[in-house]
Design a protein around this ligand. Sequence first.
Ligand SMILES: Cc1cc2nc3c(=O)[nH]c(=O)nc-3n(C[C@H](O)[C@H](O)[C@H](O)COP(=O)(O)OP(=O)(O)OC[C@H]3O[C@@H](n4cnc5c(N)ncnc54)[C@H](O)[C@@H]3O)c2cc1C
Length: 370
Amino acid sequence: MGVDRSVAVVGGGVIGLSCAWALADAGRRVTLVDPDPGRGASWVAGGMLAPVTESWPGEEDALELGTAALAAWPDFAARLTPVGGDPGLRLDGTLAVAVDSADVGTQDLLAGHLAALGREVRRLTARELRAIEPGLGRGVRSGLHVPGDLAVDNRALLASLHNACRRSGVRFVTTAARSVRGGAVDLADESTVECSVVVIAAGARSGRLHPRMSLVRPVKGEILRLRSRPGALPVPTRTIRAHVESRPVYLVPRTTGELVLGATQLDVGFDETVTAGGVRDLLRDAEQVLPGIAEYELVETAAGLRAGSPDNLPLIGWIEPGVLAASGHHRNGLLLAPITAAAVVSLVTGSEVADVVRAADPARFPEVPR
Ligand SMILES: Cc1cc2nc3c(=O)[nH]c(=O)nc-3n(C[C@H](O)[C@H](O)[C@H](O)COP(=O)(O)OP(=O)(O)OC[C@H]3O[C@@H](n4cnc5c(N)ncnc54)[C@H](O)[C@@H]3O)c2cc1C
């Protein structure tokens, strides 16, 4: 009898699809279990690939992991394009801007922290910022240019991964999983998918599938999609991140003329309602950064659930023989998709996992029930 090379991936967001594609490419027989693949938080996300502007003192492991993931992105996109279609990687970089004096203070802190780590950031005056993005509001006082922080069109990426999975022979089962154990996924319709390894990649809902994943919690985020109209200012050329009265807001342009504007961050359980207050706050803060958006069409409001973990690092590794975690990516699942998929392939095939991924080993939480 030959070696059992079957793998079931539970969850078809950006993480599950990336893992499924990479595993199929590595010669595994892959079944992807998801009642609604390509949705979840991945469908809602802003699309920033931004380890530097996401970083914060005390989160150095996340910066290291994110930096390694970002370095993998150009190759990931280049391999994906011929098999799945263009995932919409944008190389234009990011501006981080501050509006009031407290926001300038926050930015000074970030700039000092990044400089101490030897990261490439350039301080810009308000005048220099406006020379790069003429649409910036009068209230913008200073900023940072972070050329290395990129962006991707999350929906183009999901479509591309879906195509790549199909072309690589991934089998899709569109029934929800009820629970996971070594060598099997039990489905809501009482059937079972048997396999040698299960990968749990169900995002914020991963905690419902296995007791070891119970520390993954949902963190709600609301986001808006706007579109420039004839006569209005065009969308900016690069991602703009801001602090407005201490509230973070970001504006991520798409080549389609859309501008994705996000995001709130709330611990409210599995609630995915878009609230009037969330929309108001985002529009008010974004308008201070880019007043021209008042003329744009509001095309979509959405909310998604990030998969939070206690230390904001993902959970990538074995949680019991035959069960791998690939979840808890919180604010950075798009960024971390290539490195997560590569790590999952290494773990399944028994090869060396990149050093930088070891910080994400679920074994760092030994107190969680088995
Ligand atoms: C508003 C917002 C903005 C964000 N912006 C960014 C950003 O700019 N950059 C970035 O890198 N990240 C961003 N994120 C985070 C990013 O979206 C997530 O980290 C990423 O999408 C996680 O992907 P995932 O595949 O783990 O989960 P998801 O995309 O949530 O996918 C989980 C999948 O699991 C499936 N599933 C759930 N339960 C079951 C079950 N029982 N059985 C089978 N399948 C199941 C769901 O149907 C879903 O398809 C943002 C998130 C939000 C909410």
